[in-house]
Ligand binder design. Structure first.
Ligand code: DHB
Length: 394
């Protein structure tokens, strides 16, 4: 098989890239190790930055999101049983976010890609990326677990295959530097059939630590609480989860969190990670293959889409005008914005979680950070600008 751009990974980075390239008249093939059902069923975060929503509409992919997504013009921060409402729309000259689950975005992008005649091979195994330091890179793989080894020749290989995929490993270890921070807490996430409790997302730090109230639909709510990342979900009865949510979200104004049937629950660890550079020869990394953020602020998908927007423009310039200049600068360009996403996600995480490993001095500093957002329009604006999505600096 031959294509222009071989993409490993059918997550947000791979799918947005395939669509953007198609619009520019550039062919691609996506190889994915998971089944279509797995990709479409994996529960992740659900906040789309302002420009991602505009991009989906421009690409003709925003119809269901417009019907089923929820526009949010503000967020609520809570600590010491007090609320702070941040009017992001007012602070950022009209920008807002949309709450629409990542796997719903993926369903829409997969269906549209297949309808356009695009090629996505699901459930491939043994994927190996070869010869990216030559002019003739290729990818080898098998269909399913048993298929014969096949070869996809391409001009460029994109590693959009997540943190554990082969993409990053195809850059020799001597040619990359990895930066990492592991947090001493995880998130326990639930989906519950319950009415909406509040008209905005609530980020709280109270009692035993962080809690987040989010939504999926008027009937289904998404909530998270900080927990031990190594804890067994079997230790968390529904009652214990609700009790913790009530305690961490309680305010003085008599507001009540609405309970319901919990039908999905799981624990995830939190990490920050960046690999530099994000390119080597004809290999380019995008999304989680190169960088991970802790989920506070929901930047993961947004950073991945930002990578491939820049990458698609660079590839377009190469194919249209035979200029490699933007491709050569790809890693340096996207890392400037990625590090700001890393900074924001780390800031939201450290400010909003209780960390027993920190000194009482550091814990007081996080309270001061929150109070700074309450009392300074500049601090509130900085948080809001990051939350709705920072501008591009190409
Ligand atoms: C959601 C997840 C986040 O990490 C966040 O900051 C906000 C919302 C969510 O899953 O809805």
């Amino acid at each position: 098989m031959r294509t222009q751009v071989g993409i490993v990974g059918c997550g947000p980075a791979g799918l947005f890239l395939a669509h953007l390239l198609h619009r520019a008249g550039i062919e691609s093939v996506i190889l994915e190790s998971r089944s279509r059902a797995d990709v479409e069923g994996t529960i992740r975060a659900g906040v789309l930055e302002h420009w991602v929503v505009e991009l989906m509409h421009q690409m003709g992919l925003g119809e269901r999101m417009k019907r089923e997504g929820h526009f949010h013009t503000g967020i609520t921060l809570q600590w010491n049983r007090q609320r702070l409402h941040l009017d992001m729309e007012e602070l950022t000259n009209g920008k807002k976010v949309t709450v629409y689950a990542q796997h719903e975005v993926l369903k829409d992008l997969i269906a549209a890609r297949l309808a356009d005649g695009g090629e996505i091979l699901f459930s491939v195994s043994g994927t190996a990326i070869r010869d990216v330091d030559t002019d003739r890179p290729f990818i080898t793989f098998r269909r399913g677990a048993e298929g014969a080894e096949e070869r996809l020749d391409c001009d460029y290989v994109i590693g959009a295959d997540g943190f554990h995929g082969p993409g990053r490993q195809a850059i020799p270890a001597s040619q990359r530097t990895e930066y990492q921070k592991i947090y001493p807490f995880g998130w326990l996430g639930i989906l519950a059939r319950a009415p909406l409790s509040w008209h905005e997302l609530i980020y709280a730090n109270q009692g035993e630590g962080f809690a987040l109230l989010s939504t999926r639909s008027p009937e289904i709510q998404r909530m998270y609480i900080q927990c031990d990342p190594k804890d067994d979900i079997a230790n968390w009865s529904d009652r214990r989860i609700w009790d913790q949510l009530h305690a961490r979200l309680a305010t003085e104004d008599g507001w009540q969190l609405q309970e319901g049937e919990i039908f999905q629950k799981g624990i995830i660890p939190l990490r920050s990670f960046v690999c530099e550079p994000m390119q080597y020869g004809r290999l380019f990394l995008a999304g989680d293959a190169a960088h991970i953020v802790p989920p506070t602020g929901a930047k993961g998908l947004n950073l991945a889409v930002a990578d491939v927007l820049v990458l698609s423009r660079a590839l377009e310039e190469k194919y249209r005008r035979n200029s490699s200049e933007k491709l050569e600068r790809y890693s340096a360009t996207v890392l400037r914005r990625i590090w700001k996403g890393e900074r924001f996600s780390w800031y939201m995480t450290t400010m909003l979680h209780r960390n027993e490993g920190e000194t009482p001095f550091e814990q007081r500093i996080h309270l001061a950070d929150l109070d700074f957002v309450r009392t300074s329009r500049a601090a509130a604006t900085a948080l809001a600008e990051n939350y709705v999505g920072l501008p591009f600096d190409e």
